[in-house]
Design a protein around this ligand. Structure first.
Ligand SMILES: NC(=O)c1ccc[n+]([C@@H]2O[C@H](COP(=O)([O-])OP(=O)(O)OC[C@H]3O[C@@H](n4cnc5c(N)ncnc54)[C@H](O)[C@@H]3O)[C@@H](O)[C@H]2O)c1
Length: 410
């Protein structure tokens, strides 16, 4: 049989006889970005930040020194002058949008504000990465806006909270809340670069340090007994002093770096979440619904802690963890400034609805990570409402009160 000639492609023959046709497109997208740690990034005499911001640009046109900065309003109050001085001193023509950034305004309106600023600035498609400076909310909002502006504009993250440094600032997820859905709309879009500077933690309120420690505790519980033991030591230091007191500097550094390392170890091979069994989803089964239900009351990490307390109860109930280990986890939480109990745990319907929503998120199965001992995990698909009630009863019975722990520490 003669093969089709170049001028007469075979599909034309087919189409003329019967509508139809078939093409298959296969492509692989290479993703590569760096996470760099450097203290005092905004020290004017240090060219590190300026160099990093210039070196990460991928465009092939003439280099541009124009940059649009999107800055969290609290960060602007604390560091605005230092930011302006740094960018001016290093020859950037910087414009700035200062944005309110916290969970209650993590929504489409904030994304629109960033899109409008990008448009007004006339951001170049490749050569002028937008720079996000702020907490996890700010980083998620800016990443989302950048990822949809011109179907993808480069951006850089400079996280300024503990959650930002160890979690929101290092992966590829962006997004905002939509209706009652936590991070319901968003994209997977890597930054060109993440620049981590722990000196920003100096101004972070203790409650927000605890909030970040919750995500570190999550990683420890499913991946590292050694990290958990260090967190127990940190719990005895007091949250503020862990990060402020030079005496604890080695411990604070180990906890922060190890957490980033373990997190990236999980994220890199499954960046687009093709595999939905993710141990870093530990503490994120019930918490998205609980957090949105109590959004004025609970911070992200606090909701994750409540979820981890409940799932610790589930592990104990299944014999995956001894009762003694379960109590140890709840005490560590308290010591890190996190309350294992929240009244949402008394709302059985809410917890069952939360699990149903997570099943939709995880393609029809619970794929619920549970701790196996401390530092290991398994995935289960058969948690029942009765088991959830028993898990709640475990937390109610064993969650130490804050004053009880203070007494123990004296
Ligand atoms: N994309 C991801 O992979 C990912 C991972 C984990 C969490 N998150 C998201 O991160 C968000 C939580 O992040 P967060 O805890 O940083 O909250 P946040 O961004 O709301 O910041 C907390 C508060 O701290 C203030 N702040 C920021 N930096 C400061 C500083 N250096 N000193 C003093 N105050 C400062 C902010 O203005 C805000 O009021 C949640 O929305 C969560 O969904 C995303």
């Amino acid at each position: 049989m003669p093969s089709p000639t170049p001028t007469t492609p075979s599909y034309r023959h087919e189409l003329s006889r019967r509508p139809g046709g078939r093409w298959r497109v296969d492509a692989v997208k290479q993703v590569s970005y760096e996470v760099l740690v450097r203290r005092d990034l905004l020290a004017v005499e240090d060219p590190y930040l300026a160099r990093a911001l210039r070196d990460c640009v991928t465009g092939s046109g003439t280099p541009s020194d124009r940059r649009l900065l999107i800055v969290d309003r609290t960060v602007e109050t604390l560091y605005g002058q230092a930011i302006d001085a740094y960018f001016a001193a290093h020859g950037f023509a910087a414009a700035k949008l200062v944005l309110d950034a916290h969970e209650q305004v993590k929504d489409w309106n904030s994304v629109e504000a960033v899109l409008a600023a990008m448009d007004d600035f006339g951001v170049d498609r490749r050569r002028e990465p937008v720079i996000a400076i702020g907490g996890g909310v700010l980083c998620d909002v800016v990443g989302f806006a950048a990822s949809i502006y011109r179907r993808g504009t480069p951006y850089v993250r400079i996280p300024t909270t503990l959650i930002g440094l160890i979690d929101a600032g290092v992966g590829v997820k962006t997004g905002v809340n939509h209706r009652s859905g936590k991070n319901r709309i968003g994209t997977y879009a890597q930054p060109l670069l993440s620049l981590l500077d722990t000196s920003f933690l100096g101004t972070l309120p203790a409650r927000h340090l605890s909030n970040g420690l919750a995500e570190i505790l999550k990683v420890a519980l499913v991946k590292s007994d050694a990290l958990f033991t260090s967190l127990e030591r940190a719990a005895r230091c007091g949250t503020r002093s862990l990060f402020d007191d030079p005496f604890h500097a080695d411990l604070a550094e180990y906890i922060t770096y190890e957490s980033i390392h373990l997190m990236l170890e999980e994220l890199q091979p499954n960046l687009w979440e093709a595999v939905l069994e993710r141990c870093v989803d530990y503490g994120h089964t019930f918490s998205p619904t609980v957090e949105m239900h109590s959004v004025a009351e609970l911070l992200h990490g606090e909701a994750v802690a409540v979820d981890m307390a409940l799932t610790t109860g589930l592990s104990v109930g299944r014999g995956l963890m001894s009762e003694e280990e379960g109590v140890r986890v709840l005490r560590a939480m308290r010591g890190l400034g996190l309350n294992p109990w929240n009244d949402a745990l008394g709302n059985h319907d809410l917890l069952c609805r939360a699990l149903e929503d997570t099943v939709r998120h995880r393609d029809g199965l619970q794929r619920l990570p549970l701790t196996r001992g401390i530092g290991g995990h398994v995935f289960v698909n058969d948690v029942t409402p009765a088991e959830i009630a028993a898990g709640v009863a475990f937390v109610a019975a064993h969650a130490p009160a804050a004053d009880e722990l203070q007494e123990a520490a004296v």
